[in-house]
Design a protein around this ligand. Structure first.
Ligand SMILES: NC(=O)c1ccc[n+]([C@@H]2O[C@H](COP(=O)([O-])OP(=O)(O)OC[C@H]3O[C@@H](n4cnc5c(N)ncnc54)[C@H](O)[C@@H]3O)[C@@H](O)[C@H]2O)c1
Length: 306
């Protein structure tokens, strides 16, 4: 298939591009390298270095005739969205509209979108199912939710197919400090460099950490399944930041005295876990990586980069 990955130089996008290339697809990446990394780009993919909001986007789509678009490019930082809602909306809503307009005008069959647990807000009905009413606590969560609604309306108006994948907190090699699974990056990097780590808040916050390799396999499944469906991509288990920190300190062979505490961050959800039964039913997907395996892989990656 002829596939576009927006944000294909980023953490998740670059792993997805590698997998699509391995599967024999013709892959194009559009990325402005704002948080992406050139060295993560797969050399077998065509790379177009530009912003998805460029006036030339429709020309690029016309020249390529993409069958499917994976839309990964976004402003991904909750605190940035709180400090600068204009910037967040410009990237995540106006950027999306550029992609959707170019898609519908050039016969793209399907858009597969990276949504987020952030749309649910601080809802205590864990693990959260897809039919919970969204109630974001950050502008980032709000722009992700709006995107989902745009996709549904583009399907209604123009027949453009879509699948929404709501990721929990993604972690793994190549991740940066900025994204939602960023705490694992921050801890892994600090431990690899022999520094101490800081937990913001009391450490009782929980997250549902999903390996980037599992996120990629869910995206691959969505190529042929899940039209007009919304599925969580998660492990359906909660781990507290305290437990995570202790496990990572142990795997890194460090002493627990390296763990410190700092002030809570605005806009952060306290507890988070997503049900993943629907992804199994609709996409035939379930996670294959345990946290222990994934953490070893991630710590190793950052050790090797030092
Ligand atoms: N990492 C997570 O835990 C997580 C969780 C839920 C959802 N997501 C979503 O998954 C997607 C990928 O996230 P990631 O963690 O890989 O982040 P990332 O920052 O590593 O990747 C985003 C990529 O998009 C590019 N980009 C950003 N704005 C752009 C623009 N205007 N034009 C062109 N390129 C642009 C960046 O340079 C980067 O390469 C995002 O949509 C994010 O919201 C991530």
């Amino acid at each position: 298939m002829n596939i576009l990955v927006t944000g294909g130089a980023g953490f998740i996008g670059s792993h997805l591009v590698d997998a699509l290339v391995r599967e024999g697809h013709h892959v194009t990446v559009i990325d402005n390298l704002s948080t992406g990394t050139r060295e993560f780009l797969n050399p077998k993919a065509e790379f177009i270095e530009t912003d998805i909001r460029t006036a030339k986007l429709a020309d690029i789509f016309h020249a390529h005739h993409f069958d499917v678009v994976y839309h990964e490019a976004a402003q991904t930082m909750v605190p940035v969205s709180i400090d600068n809602p204009h910037f967040d909306a410009d990237e995540n809503v106006m950027g999306l509209l550029s992609v959707l307009e170019a898609s519908r005008k050039t016969g793209v069959r399907k858009v597969i979108f990276s949504s987020s647990a952030a749309i649910y807000g601080d809802n205590p009905a864990l693990p959260l199912k897809e039919d919970e009413i969204p109630d974001p606590t950050s502008f980032y969560g709000l722009t992700k939710w709006i995107t989902e609604r745009y996709l549904a309306l583009y399907h209604k108006l123009y027949g453009l197919h879509y699948t929404v994948l709501r990721y929990s907190n993604v972690y793994g090699p190549r991740q940066g400090a900025h994204g939602e699974g960023g705490v694992i990056y921050i801890f892994a990097k600090a431990l690899a460099e022999g520094r101490d780590i800081t937990i913001f808040g009391d450490g009782g916050q929980t997250r549902d950490f999903i390996s980037v390799h599992d996120v990629v396999s869910a995206n691959l499944a969505a190529l042929s399944k899940g039209n007009e469906e919304t599925c969580n991509v998660s492990t359906k288990t909660e781990i507290s930041l305290n437990d995570l920190a202790h496990e990572m300190v142990r795997l890194a062979g460090r002493d627990e005295s390296v763990i410190h505490y700092g002030p809570e961050r605005t806009g952060d959800i306290y507890r988070s876990s997503l049900d993943n039964d629907r992804a199994y039913k609709i996409l035939g997907w379930k996670p294959a990586y345990t946290l222990a395996d994934g953490l070893k892989d991630t710590i190793e990656f950052f050790r090797n980069r030092e």
